[in-house]
Design a protein around this ligand. Structure first.
Ligand code: BES
Ligand code: ZN
Ligand code: ZN
Length: 505
């Protein structure tokens, strides 16, 4: 469950228990005391002289004054040399600030913004408002615990973070920035909650119901198709994957339409993989860490979160979000290797591995989404384990058929520290995915380029002229090494990138 953090802007402090002060350095790595509030200049000078704190990037010093200074405590944060500071460094530094404040049981913390702004002066690549965003993200993104199923007293961790400025213009800019962060946190926390939900509770029906509930609150149109309706839609690949499960497949369609329709309004289709548990099916997975496969619906959660956030921000474009929820289980009636299934698009697919199920459900969901005539279609999926081998956990893989679209998405991600790395989709990769029996096989002959094979399979279901991108978010969407995400479980990454793309494309 998310923890409550209040982000506020004020022009003066009443009673704050911890002052958070960023300390810049000059070229000789000496602290620049003129950017430190006057009350603390002497302390900073003394610490520098002793060599215990000099403002170096990544350093921190906590001092308990117990009443003799303006605040009870002071937390000095090394900002290094101003021109070298960037958003990512600030997010990381403020994630440490968050941990320290939590450990010290601070109830409120103040960032003295005017002096920070002055100190940042010579930095050309980052505005002070962007810096404030990064600080606020560092403070709030790690604050999450999935304690829904813990009995007993829940640990409450709520704190007030106050940005102090005496300038009216800065105050209003900071306010709108922090408001946006609060919205992001709300969407991200839904993604985390959904993804972390154990699959005995987090069934396709559960996520369909949650979508309806949240959709209602945000004024989104939500439609749910059960198996009978999906059969009418000829979504045989989608149904095939869920065939061995006692849980009913649900296709959830969420529509956001801007209140005032601009002439130039475009439509974005978002499609998400929603496998509520991936056992592998008849091609069953080894039991080691199989429990992690409850997260196999994170693609669906991510596109839902992005839709929520875009709606909250009053996105000027229309969004159609399609989430394909199913459970992949072995059973007497499950699909088997060698089975041939006709996709919604009419193509026939030979299933050689029932564990490559994500691409099957997405093939039908992508085809369904394209019926809405979107200008751009983007899907997110925990599609392949191979993406972790190729890229590690720090970024997702991005593939597609339109370089500008891919560049725009990568840039939208970069603004939030959400990294995407492009992999190629050359048609040669498809050569050994042609089947002897059907049109396409769902896996290649070997395991090389596994992530690309997933992408090239999806590409077979993208209609002519459709601009499309595929994000493989396996391994980058949960338990990542980022300093500013929860250490365990889903991180809610890529929600901000996708929402921002929707705002601007
Ligand atoms: N859900 C998995 C991918 C996955 C693996 C996500 C590890 C997160 C962590 C996907 O459905 C899958 O099993 N893919 C197979 C594809 C293979 C059979 C071609 C894989 O990656 O092994
Ligand atoms: Zn699988
Ligand atoms: Zn899967």
């Amino acid at each position: 469950m998310s923890q409550i953090s209040h982000l506020l802007v004020k022009n003066k402090i009443n009673s704050i228990d911890t002052d958070v002060v960023l300390v810049f350095q000059n070229d000789k790595q000496k602290p620049l005391e003129q950017f430190v509030p006057e009350a603390y200049r002497e302390v900073v000078g003394e610490l520098a002289e002793k060599g215990s704190f000099n403002g170096k990037q990544g350093s921190m010093q906590f001092i308990r004054f117990g009443g003799v200074m303006p605040a009870e405590n002071l937390l000095l944060v090394g900002a290094g040399i101003a021109k070298d500071l960037d958003s990512e460094k600030l997010r990381i530094a403020f994630a440490s600030v968050y941990s320290r404040l939590k450990a010290e049981k601070a109830k409120s913390a103040a960032v003295h913004f005017d002096l920070f702004e002055k100190g940042l002066g010579s930095n050309k690549s980052m505005t002070s408002i962007k810096a404030a965003r990064a600080m606020a993200e560092g403070l709030t993104l790690p604050a999450y615990d999935f304690d829904k199923y813990k009995t007993g007293e829940k640990k409450e961790d709520s704190r007030e973070y106050v940005f102090i400025t005496s300038k009216k213009a800065t105050e209003s800019k900071l306010n709108s920035e922090l408001k946006q962060i609060a919205m992001s946190l709300e969407a991200i926390s839904v993604v985390r909650d959904w993804s972390n939900e154990p699959s005995n509770y987090g069934t396709p029906t559960y996520f369909a119901e949650e979508s309806v509930k949240i959709g209602k609150k945000l004024g989104l149109k939500v439609k749910v198709l059960g198996e009978t309706e999906c059969k009418k839609e000829k979504m045989n690949l989608f149904l095939g994957v869920g065939q061995g499960s006692t849980q009913e497949n649900k296709l959830v369609i969420v529509e956001y339409t801007p209140k005032t329709k601009a002439k130039k309004m475009k439509t974005l289709a978002l499609v998400g993989k929603g496998i509520t548990f991936d056992s592998g099916g008849i091609s069953i997975k080894p039991s080691l860490r199989m429990e992690e496969m409850k997260h196999d619906m994170t693609g669906a959660a991510t596109v839902f979160g992005a839709t929520m956030l875009a709606a909250m921000m009053g996105c000027p474009n229309r969004i159609v979000t399609v989430m394909a929820f199913a459970e992949n289980m072995p059973a007497g009636n499950a699909i088997q290797p060698g089975n041939v299934i006709t996709a919604r698009s009419g193509k026939t697919v030979e299933i050689l591995n029932t564990d490559a199920e994500g691409r099957l459900i997405l093939a039908d969901a992508l085809d369904y989404a394209q019926d809405f005539n979107p200008d751009v279609t983007i899907n997110a999926a925990t599609l392949t384990g191979a993406v972790g081998i190729a890229l590690g956990k720090l970024c997702c893989a991005i593939m597609g058929n339109d370089d500008k679209l891919i560049r725009d998405l990568i840039n939208a991600g970069a603004e939030h520290g959400e990294r995407m790395w492009q992999l190629p989709l050359w048609d040669e990769y498809f050569e050994d995915m042609k089947s002897d029996t059907a049109d396409i096989r769902n896996v290649a002959n070997d395991t090389f380029g596994g992530t690309i094979r997933g992408g090239i399979f999806l590409k077979q279901f993208i209609r002519k002229g459709m601009r499309w991108a595929h994000l493989d978010i396996a391994y980058s969407s949960s338990a990542t090494p980022h300093a500013y995400f929860p250490k365990k479980g889903a991180n809610g990454q890529f929600v901000r990138s996708l929402a921002q793309f929707a705002m601007k494309f």
